[in-house]
Design a protein around this ligand. Structure first.
Ligand code: NAD
Ligand code: UDP
Length: 323
C-alpha cells in the first residue's frame, strides 16, 4: 500500500510536534510547515532526521504550492497562548482566516482530508456548562481575545462551507486546555507558568481569586483524539470537543503543582485578564460515540510527566549555558 502523506501546519509547536511524532509512528510521511512565530526547531529534535519527515519554513498567510501529493492536512498553525496571540492580534486573525483558507484550498487541490484545530474559546465565557458542541457560545467580538476566538470561529465557518459545497472532506476539533512536555517555559499558559515558578521557588501567579475553572487534557490523549478524528471514515456531523472533563479551579491546580514539586513557593494573586472565561468543561459524548475516544491520563500523572520534562530541560539548558 502506498504511504500516506500528512501535512502538519504548526508542526513545530507544542501540540504539532507531538502529532508529527504520532503520525511518523503510524507509518505516515510527514511534511511539517511552520513560521516559528511561537514554535521552534528544538521541539522536533526527536524526529528531524527521520527519513519520512520534512520541515518547511512557511507562513500559512501566504499560499502554499507543494509538489508532493498530500493526503491529510492538519491545521494547527496559530499561536495558542493569550500573551502570544495578543502580541500581534492582526496576524493572529489573518492566520486563522487567510491561513486556514490557504490550507483548505491546498486540501481541495490535493483531494486531501482536512482537520482544523479549533478551540473551546469558541464558547467564550459560557452560559452552558459543561459545553456541548451544539452551544453557540458567548464571545465578545471587540475584546482582546477576539483576534483568537472570533478568528477561530471564522475558520470553523470556512471549514463547514468547504464541506457543504463539496470542496473538501473537513473535520473540526474543538480543543480544550491541553498541557504536557514541550510547552515552552515562557509560553504564558497557566500550567507552564505555575510549574516553572514552583521549580524556581518563585510566587505562583494566580489571576483573580483562582476560582475560575479549566479542564486540563494531557497532550498524548489529545493528539490521539486528533488522529482518530482525521482517520474515522464516517465523518462526525459537526465539530467534536476534545478535552478532559475533569474540572479544576486554578487555585486547585496551583495547590497540586506545589504538592508535586515540593516547592516552598506561595501564591500571588494578580488581576484577572479581560474576558477571562469563568469556567470550562467539555461534554465529550460526541467524541466518545463517534471516535471511541476518552482521555486516560489523570491530571496528577500528566503533571508529574510535565514537571519531569521541565526539570530535564532546565538541566540541559544549564549544561548548554556552561559550554
Ligand atoms: P503553539 O503556539 O505551541 O503552536 C502553534 C504553532 O503554529 C507554532 O509552531 C507556531 O510557530 C505556528 N504558527 C503560528 N502562526 C503561524 C502561521 N501564520 N504560519 C505558520 N505557522 C504558524 O500552540 P499549541 O498549543 O501547539 O496549539 C496548536 C493549535 O491547537 C493552535 O491552532 C491552537 O489554537 C489549538 N489549540 C490548542 C490548545 C492548547 O491548550 N494547547 C487549546 C485549544 C486549541
Ligand atoms: N492563569 C493564571 N495564572 C497564570 C496564567 C493563567 O491564573 O500564570 C489563569 C487564566 O487567567 C485562566 C486560566 O489560568 O483563567 C487558564 O489560562 P490559560 O492562559 O492557560 O488558558 P485560557 O485562558 O486560554 O483557557
Amino acid at each position: 500500500m502506498e504511504l500516506q502523506t500528512a501535512l502538519v501546519a504548526g508542526g513545530a509547536g507544542f501540540l504539532g510536534s507531538h502529532l508529527c511524532e504520532l503520525l511518523l509512528a503510524e507509518g505516515q510521511r510527514v511534511i511539517c510547515i511552520d513560521s516559528f512565530v511561537t514554535g521552534n526547531r528544538d521541539n522536533l529534535r526527536s524526529i528531524r532526521d527521520h527519513k519520512r519527515f520534512q520541515l518547511l519554513k512557511h507562513d500559512i498567510c501566504q499560499p502554499l504550492e507543494l509538489r508532493a501529493r498530500v493526503d491529510r492536512v492538519y491545521n494547527l498553525a496559530c499561536a495558542a497562548s493569550p500573551p502570544h496571540y495578543q502580541a500581534d492580534p492582526v496576524h493572529t486573525m489573518r492566520t486563522c482566516v487567510v491561513g486556514t483558507l490557504n490550507l483548505l484550498d491546498l486540501a481541495q487541490r490535493h483531494g486531501a482530508r482536512f482537520l482544523q484545530a479549533s478551540t473551546s474559546e469558541v464558547y467564550g465565557d459560557p452560559e452552558m456548562h459543561p459545553q456541548k458542541e451544539s452551544y453557540a457560545g458567548s464571545v465578545n467580538c471587540t475584546g482582546p481575545r477576539a483576534c483568537y476566538d472570533e478568528g477561530k470561529r471564522a475558520a470553523e465557518a470556512l471549514c463547514f462551507d468547504f464541506l457543504r459545497v463539496g470542496r473538501a472532506d473537513v473535520r473540526v476539533a474543538r480543543i480544550f486546555n491541553t498541557y504536557g512536555p514541550r510547552m515552552h517555559a515562557e509560553d504564558g499558559r497557566v500550567v507552564s507558568n505555575l510549574v516553572v515558578q514552583a521549580m524556581k521557588d518563585e510566587p505562583l501567579t494566580v489571576y483573580g481569586d483562582g476560582s475560575q475553572t479549566r479542564s486540563f487534557c494531557y497532550v498524548s490523549d489529545l493528539v490521539d483524539g486528533l488522529h482518530r478524528l482525521m482517520e474515522i471514515e464516517l465523518r462526525p456531523d459537526g465539530p467534536v470537543n476534545l478535552g478532559n472533563p475533569a474540572e479544576f479551579t486554578v487555585r486547585e491546580l496551583a495547590e497540586l503543582v506545589l504538592d508535586l514539586t515540593g516547592s516552598r513557593s506561595r501564591m500571588r494573586f494578580l488581576p484577572l485578564p479581560v474576558d477571562d472565561p469563568r469556567r470550562r468543561r467539555p461534554d465529550i459524548g460526541r467524541a466518545g460515540s463517534f471516535l471511541g475516544w476518552r482521555p486516560v491520563t489523570p491530571l496528577r500523572e500528566g503533571l508529574l510527566k510535565t514537571i519531569r520534562h521541565f526539570r530535564e530541560t532546565e538541566i540541559e539548558g544549564d549544561a548548554e549555558s556552561t559550554e
